[in-house]
Design a protein around this ligand. Sequence first.
Ligand code: URA
Length: 296
Amino acid sequence: MTQAHLTRQEALAALIWYREIGVTDIVSDAALDYRKAAFLPAAKFLNGQKDLQPAAVSTAAAEESLSATSAPPPQAPATKPSPMQPQSQPLGTAEASLDARRLAAEAQSLEELEAALKSFEGCALKRTATHTVFADGNPEAKIMLIGEAPGADEDRIGKPFVGVSGQLLDKMLAAIGLDRTTVYISNIINWRPPGNRSPSASEIAVCMPFIRRHIELVKPEILLFVGGVSAKALFETSQGITKLRGRWTDYQSEGLDKPVPAMAIFHPAYLLRSPGQKKLAWRDLLAVKKRIKAFE
Ligand code: URA
């Protein structure tokens, strides 16, 4: 059924239903009916017509027998580009990695780095995202926090950690006297993975030069890696967050004149799911507070 055939009430009901079944991303203006001729093998499976030979079924017959509604077939399904969808094809992984390294290395300021990210076409996540989520907070701050990737709220607003887990992160920071004027926040991935899935290993690998350069340009005194995905990527380890959290480890990089003490902390989204772990999170925050005191 196309939009033109829906009453307002039907459209609302459809939206509510989409939300309830977990649809979070629109990839096309028109619904695609996967039971139609173009998707005949799947259609046969759905309709139980397992031994039909494709040649014996005309497109029209297939449409007639397979269509559950009397609505006309959709018009040419114009894929709606996301506001950031580039015109070109995505780069291959090797080419994307080279491009990311070159663009990141060339950036001499945060403004240049943000522009470089916005011009980068090597991460497919950008195609479905609304915003490139670069950073929030004070770039002059001594403490830099690095999370995983933007969620739906961050993608909508264009800033990291502004959703529910961001609210808990703000409370965690406030508990040790910090806020967004005294910290700087970014993520290892700057585009929201569709449906809030975890970023894949290759998406992380491709984007790493940007966050490494980001750290070099900010030159923080303390780094906090928020959650296991960020900690594993930046510490270059396969150890899990329960092993990594609460321990100071030097973070080094060619573009930094000295190593930066870094600690992994539990991700607030994890603490929302596992409030029993807040005790350990509090212990880590106190260690951070103590470290801050040392350079005040
Ligand atoms: N989770 C993250 O890791 N980063 C965000 O910006 C939001 C949620």
